[in-house]
Write a new protein. Structure first.
Length: 756
C-alpha cells in the first residue's frame, strides 16, 4: 500500500486534535463555554438591565467559531436587541441628522408615577386599607405602567412630498416592558396592512403609504424603506450620522435635558427653498419689508420642553437666532434684565408679583444734584415719554394678603418703581394722580400730605372708597392702594425682609437669570387668603379645604431675552399631597348619595320631618349644596305649605345659584308654571329671572321669555310686553324655533293690557 495516504491522515488528525486543544485552552482561560456566556448575558440583560455588558458577551458568543449554530443565532438576535436598547436611550441617535422638526416623548409612565406619588394618589403595595366608612382614591402602579409604561417615542420630519401633499419622515416607538402594546401592533398590522419585503430580516408592512417595521425591540414607521434601513443601521453603529451627532443641533439638544416631551423646529434645511421663494418676490415691497424687519435667514430654531415630576411641572418655549442676526423686531422688543433693587421694595409674604424691567439700571445710582432754587422740577408732556423710555428702570407690582381688618374695598396692592431721577418722577406721578383724584371729585390736585415713619406720603382719593398713596424713598417710588400696603413696602425698603428673603418664594426666584426681563410669580395659598375676603360665606367654605394644601405651591412665568434667544417658561413647584382631600371628597360624596337615598325613602313614606332632618344634616356637611336646598324648598313650599320657612331656604338657594345662569332660569320657570307652587313664589321667580338675564346681558330669548312671564305674573304687564317683543326679535334671528309659543305669550300679555 502506498504510505503517503496514511501519513496524510495522521497529519490531519494531529491538526484537528491541536485545534480542539486550543479551543479547550481558550475555554479554560475564560472559564466559560459559549453556552455559559449566553446564559450570563441573558441574566445581565433581563434581570440587571445591563445591556452594554450583555451585548459584549453576546458578541463574544457570535464570534466564537466553535459555538453551535443555534447558540450563535440566539446570541445574534439578542445582541441586536441590546444594541437597540442602548441606542434608544437617546432617540436622537436613531434619527436623521438634519430634520425639519423633531419630537420626543420620554418615559411618560415614570414621570406620571412620580407626580402621582407626590400628590399622594399612587397606591402603596401592601399599604394599610382605608378606615371603615372612608373612601380612598389611589391609582395602582401597575395601572400606570400598563397604560403609560412605554419607554418613549420620537418623530423626525425630514421633508415634504408635494405630490402627496404630506410630510415625509420617520418615527420610532419603544414599547418598553409593556408587551401588550407590541402585541396589539403585531396583531393589527397583518390585518390592516399589506405585507412587504422584510427590511434587514425584520417583518415589514405598508399602511396607506407608510412602512412599518418591527425589530427586536422597536417599532419603526417611515414614508420610505430607506429611512427605516438608516434607523436600523444607526442601532448597530454608534458612529453613524444622526441627529445626536449633528454639530448644528448640539446646543439645541442640550436644552431638552431629561424632559418628558421635547420638540424642535429646524428651519435651516428649508432656507434654500425660502431663498428661491423670496427671489421670486424680490420686487415686492412687502416682502422686502419682511426681510428687513425679521431677517428670516437668521432663525435658527424654535424648541419647547414639557416635564412633570415630583418637583412640579415645567413648560418652556425658546426661539433661537444666529449670532450677529439683524432681526429688528426681535431687538426692538428686547429689554434689560430685572434689577434686584426693584424687588427689594416688595415685602416678604407677598401673594403675587409682577416684575418688569424697562431700562438698564446704572451700576450705582447717583444722588441728584440739588437745584439752585428749592422748587420742584418742571414737568412737560415729553417727560411722560422720558419716564417710560429713560427714567424708569424697573416696576414690581405686588399683591399682599391682608393684615388685620381690611381698610377698604380694594386689596393691599403696591407698585415699587425704581427710577434714575426720583425728583422728576415724584412730581410727574403726583400730577397724574392729582388729575385722577380731581376727576373722581377731589377739590384740588394736591391730595393730602402726612408723615409715615419719617417719610412724606401723599394720598389721592380717586374714587369712592379708593385712595392711592404715594411716597419716595431714595430711588424707589412707591404707589399703593392702602396705607397698610405702603407701610409694608416702606419697611421692606428700610430693613426688610423683602421678597428676596422670602423662604416660601426662594425656589421660583432662584430661577430668575441674568436675561430675565419679565416675571410673574404667584403663591396660590396666599392668593386664596387675598380672595377670601371677597367671597361669600358659601364660597369661602367651599375653598377652605384647599388652603392648607397650597402652603408650598408656587407658580412662575418668566420671559428671558438675550441677544440670540427668547425663552418663555412656566414652572409650578411644590405639588401638594391631595390624597386626604380627595378621600374626604369621595367620602362626603358617598355620604351625600346615601343621604339622598334616605331622603327619597322618607319622601316616599311622607315622613317630611325626617326628610328635612336628613337634608339639614347634609347641608351642615356641605353648606350651599343647591340640590339639597332645592329638595328642602320643595318640601317646605309644597308638602308642608310653610311659605315663611320656604322663603328662608329660597334666599340661601338664590345665593347658591347666583352665577348659574341656566339653573336660575329653569328654577324661575318652574316656580311660574308648575301648579304645585300655586303662584305663591312669583316674587322669587322674578328675582331669579332678572339675575339670569343680567348674567346673559339680556341676549338669550328663552331667558327673556321667562323674565317677561315673571313681570306679567307680578303685575308689570307693560314691561312683560316689552320683554316678550325683544325675545321674539332674538328668536327670529336665532332661526325661529319656539317662535309660536312666544307669539302666544305676547298675545296673552297684550290681551290682558287691553282688558285693564
Amino acid at each position: 500500500m502506498y504510505p503517503f495516504p496514511l501519513l496524510h491522515s495522521l497529519i490531519l488528525r494531529g491538526l484537528a486534535a491541536a485545534l480542539v486543544a486550543l479551543a479547550a485552552a481558550g475555554t479554560a482561560a475564560s472559564g466559560q463555554t459559549p453556552a455559559q456566556r449566553l446564559h450570563e448575558a441573558f441574566y445581565l440583560e433581563q434581570t440587571k438591565g445591563d445591556f452594554a455588558a450583555a451585548a459584549k458577551l453576546y458578541a463574544q458568543v457570535v464570534e466564537t467559531g466553535g459555538a453551535p449554530a443555534e447558540l450563535r443565532s440566539e446570541a445574534k438576535g439578542r445582541l441586536a436587541a441590546c444594541q437597540e436598547e442602548l441606542a434608544a436611550t437617546d432617540f436622537a441617535r436613531l434619527l436623521p441628522p438634519e430634520p425639519l422638526a423633531f419630537v420626543e416623548l420620554n418615559r411618560p409612565g415614570e414621570r406620571l408615577g412620580k407626580l402621582l406619588e407626590k400628590m399622594g394618589l399612587l397606591a402603596t403595595p401592601g399599604g394599610p386599607p382605608p378606615a371603615p366608612g372612608q373612601n380612598r382614591f389611589a391609582i395602582s402602579p401597575e395601572v400606570v405602567n400598563a397604560l403609560l409604561g412605554v419607554r418613549g417615542c420620537a418623530l423626525a420630519i425630514t421633508g415634504f412630498d408635494p405630490t402627496r401633499q404630506q410630510p415625509m419622515g420617520v418615527a420610532v416607538l419603544h414599547p418598553g416592558d409593556v408587551e401588550l402594546i407590541r402585541g396589539l401592533i403585531e396583531t393589527a398590522l397583518p390585518v390592516q396592512s399589506d405585507v412587504v419585503d422584510p427590511i434587514d430580516g425584520h417583518p415589514t408592512y405598508r399602511v396607506e403609504g407608510i412602512y412599518v417595521t418591527l425589530t427586536k425591540r422597536l417599532v419603526i414607521a417611515a414614508t420610505s424603506p430607506a429611512e427605516i434601513e438608516a434607523v436600523i443601521e444607526r442601532t448597530k453603529d454608534a458612529g453613524a450620522p444622526s441627529l445626536a451627532a449633528s454639530p448644528e443641533m448640539a446646543d439645541i439638544l442640550k436644552q431638552r435635558g431629561d424632559a418628558l416631551l421635547f420638540f424642535c423646529v429646524n428651519p435651516k434645511p428649508l432656507m434654500p427653498l425660502l431663498n428661491v421663494a423670496m427671489a421670486g418676490a424680490a420686487q415686492s415691497r412687502e416682502m422686502a419689508l419682511v426681510r428687513a424687519l425679521l431677517d428670516p435667514q437668521s432663525v435658527r430654531s424654535l424648541s419647547g420642553r414639557f416635564d412633570l415630576s415630583d418637583q412640579g411641572v415645567v413648560l418652556e418655549l425658546a426661539l433661537r437666532l444666529d449670532k450677529g442676526h439683524r432681526n429688528l423686531v426681535y431687538n426692538f422688543l428686547r429689554r434689560p434684565a430685572i434689577d434686584p433693587a426693584t424687588l427689594r421694595g416688595v415685602p416678604a409674604g407677598s401673594a403675587a408679583l409682577l416684575a418688569l424691567a424697562m431700562n438698564a439700571a446704572p451700576a450705582q445710582y447717583a444722588t441728584p444734584a440739588a437745584s439752585a432754587d428749592a422748587g420742584p422740577p418742571i414737568v412737560t408732556a415729553l417727560d411722560l415719554g422720558r419716564e417710560l423710555f429713560a427714567n424708569i428702570n424697573g416696576i414690581a407690582i405686588c399683591v399682599m394678603p391682608p393684615v388685620g381688618e381690611p381698610q377698604g374695598p380694594v386689596p393691599d396692592v403696591a407698585a415699587v418703581i425704581t427710577v434714575n431721577d426720583p425728583a422728576k418722577s415724584q412730581v410727574l406721578w403726583q400730577q397724574m394722580l392729582g388729575i385722577a383724584s380731581v376727576a373722581g371729585g377731589a377739590p384740588s390736585l394736591e391730595g393730602t400730605a402726612r408723615d409715615m415713619g419719617g417719610v412724606s406720603v401723599r394720598s389721592y382719593r380717586c374714587h369712592e372708597g379708593v385712595t392711592v398713596h404715594m411716597a419716595t424713598v431714595g430711588h424707589s417710588l412707591l404707589v399703593a392702594t392702602t396705607e397698610s400696603a405702603l407701610e409694608r413696602c416702606l419697611k421692606s425698603l428700610r430693613d426688610g425682609p423683602s421678597v428676596l428673603d422670602d423662604a416660601g418664594l426662594a425656589g421660583p426666584l432662584g430661577r430668575l437669570g441674568p436675561n430675565t426681563t419679565l416675571a410673574v410669580l404667584a403663591h396660590p395659598g396666599r392668593c386664596l387668603a387675598v380672595a377670601k375676603r371677597y367671597m361669600s360665606g358659601a364660597d369661602a367654605a367651599e375653598v377652605a379645604p384647599f388652603a392648607p394644601l397650597l402652603t408650598e405651591t408656587t407658580a412662575l412665568l418668566t420671559v428671558e431675552h438675550s441677544s440670540e434667544m427668547l425663552r418663555l417658561a412656566l414652572a409650578v413647584a411644590g405639588v401638594p399631597d391631595v390624597s386626604g382631600l380627595v378621600s374626604q371628597m369621595l367620602t362626603e360624596q358617598r355620604r351625600g348619595e346615601q343621604t339622598q337615598q334616605d331622603v327619597t325613602r322618607a319622601v316616599r313614606e311622607k315622613d317630611w320631618d325626617k326628610a328635612l332632618a336628613l337634608l339639614d344634616q347634609q347641608l351642615t356637611a356641605q353648606p350651599g349644596d343647591t340640590k339639597a336646598l332645592r329638595r328642602k324648598f320643595d318640601i317646605l313650599a309644597v308638602r308642608k305649605d310653610d311659605p315663611a320657612a320656604a322663603a328662608e331656604v329660597a334666599e340661601a338657594l338664590y345665593v347658591g345659584l347666583k352665577d348659574d345662569v341656566n339653573e336660575l332660569n329653569n328654577f324661575a320657570w318652574e316656580l311660574l308654571t308648575e301648579k304645585k307652587y300655586q303662584h305663591k313664589y312669583n316674587d322669587l321667580a322674578l328675582r331669579l329671572a332678572r339675575r339670569s338675564n343680567e348674567l346673559s346681558q339680556h341676549a338669550v330669548w328663552a331667558f327673556l321669555d321667562t323674565l317677561a312671564l315673571a313681570e306679567f305674573e307680578t303685575g308689570s304687564t307693560a314691561r312683560a310686553i316689552e320683554l316678550e317683543k325683544r325675545a321674539i326679535e332674538l328668536c327670529r334671528k336665532a332661526g325661529g324655533s319656539g317662535l309660536k309659543d312666544l307669539e302666544t305669550a305676547l298675545a296673552r300679555f297684550e290681551g290682558a293690557a287691553s282688558a285693564q
